[in-house]
Design a protein. Structure first.
Ligand code: DAH
Length: 344
């Protein structure tokens, strides 16, 4: 029995030693010291021993039990310490590591230019109107006094979907659509931003898809001077108080008279340079007084009502304002280009 106790002790101490976690240690404890454990088993067999042997074996059994208990407790403490250290290590935060920079987005330059123009016009009582990009032949051409056979209606210039449907070539159809909704009653005072499409080959100054902003003001007694005053405010807002504007006669089927607006060249101050092609002036937009046919087709009495309209290209405005030399920069979306204008 003594030998069995010695063997058990050795075995138990070895197992305590090699227990790698608390669970394994608990198993060892149960196996040797539990109610049905090995040591208890030895103690239960004591009855069979002689009177002399009993106290000796009893004492040894107690010693062995105490030793194993102590070994388990010591090991328990070691394991707990190790667990805490491991947790501390895993949760360690290196406060000296550099932070991860977060990417902050921003508006696309074209969006910023469009919003700026929208804000200006809404502050003058205009409303923002929109229309479909897939447009009918009627609204894109007919309702704008563009007769059949007009060069702009050519298959070569427009993306047709069917005989009657095409990708709108300008934002002017929104004029006709909005006037229709007003059922012959003024005022109609709108600004219409949106995408337009043309069958152009992309290069530094052409794109098959670009943006436009249309303006329309129809009411009683709207005159050329109202148009000129409004465009003057726009030009100075966009390019600076020191800019002059001039209106040149032009032709658009939907306006009569029609004009083109130029602004004075800032680069040369009007003397003539490469930016203004030696003229001292830079062309910005087309405009005019709404053609009576356009008013009538949209249900407005042209004897009572008159109006002005204008159309401009945000790309061109942004290019002039920020010295951007290629229209394709707006659409290739290189973040190094876009980022420069996030705070515009
Ligand atoms: N729709 C014309 C274009 O795409 C621009 C334009 C010119 C719009 C004169 C107008 C206008 O409203 O009055 O070139």
């Amino acid at each position: 029995m003594k030998e069995r106790l010695q063997t058990l002790k050795q075995e138990a101490l070895d197992q305590v030693n090699s227990a790698s976690d608390q669970r394994a240690l608990q198993d060892v404890k149960v196996y040797y010291l539990g109610k049905k454990g090995q040591i208890t088993d030895v103690l239960k067999g004591m009855g069979k021993l002689s009177k002399e042997e009993r106290p000796v074996v009893g004492q040894l059994a107690n010693e062995v039990r105490d030793e194993i208990t102590e070994a388990i407790e010591t090991k328990q403490q070691t394991l707990e310490k190790q667990a805490i250290e491991k947790q501390l290590q895993e949760e360690a935060v290196d406060v000296t590591l550099p932070g991860k920079p977060s990417q902050i987005g921003g508006s696309h330059l074209l969006m910023s230019v469009i919003r700026d123009i929208e804000d200006l016009f809404t502050s003058m009582g205009y409303q923002v109107a929109e229309g479909p990009e897939v447009e009918t032949d009627y609204y894109n051409f007919e309702a704008l006094n563009l007769p059949k056979g007009h060069p702009a209606r050519d298959m070569q210039d427009s993306f047709y979907i069917t005989e009657e449907l095409l990708m709108r070539t300008h934002t002017s159809p929104v004029q006709a659509r909005t006037m229709n909704k007003h059922e012959g009653k003024g005022p109609v005072k709108i600004i219409c931003p949106g995408k337009v499409y043309r069958r152009d080959t992309d290069d530094a100054t052409h794109s098959h898809q670009f943006t436009q902003i249309e303006g329309l003001y129809v009411d009683e007694n709207i005159r050329m001077s109202d148009l000129k005053g409004t465009l003057n405010v726009l030009a100075k807002h966009l390019f600076g108080e020191d800019r002059e504007i001039r209106l040149r006669p032009s032709f658009f089927p939907f306006t009569e008279p029609s004009v083109e607006m130029d602004i004075s060249c800032k680069v040369c101050g009007g003397d003539g340079c490469s930016v203004c092609k030696k003229t001292g002036w830079i062309e910005i937009l087309g405009a005019g007084l709404v053609h009576p046919n356009v008013l009538e087709m949209a249900g407005f009495d042209s004897n009572k009502y008159s109006g002005f309209a204008f159309g401009m290209g945000p790309e061109r405005i942004a290019m002039l304002k920020y010295g951007i030399e290629d229209i394709r920069h707006f659409y290739t979306n290189d973040v190094r280009f876009l980022k420069q204008f996030h705070r515009v």
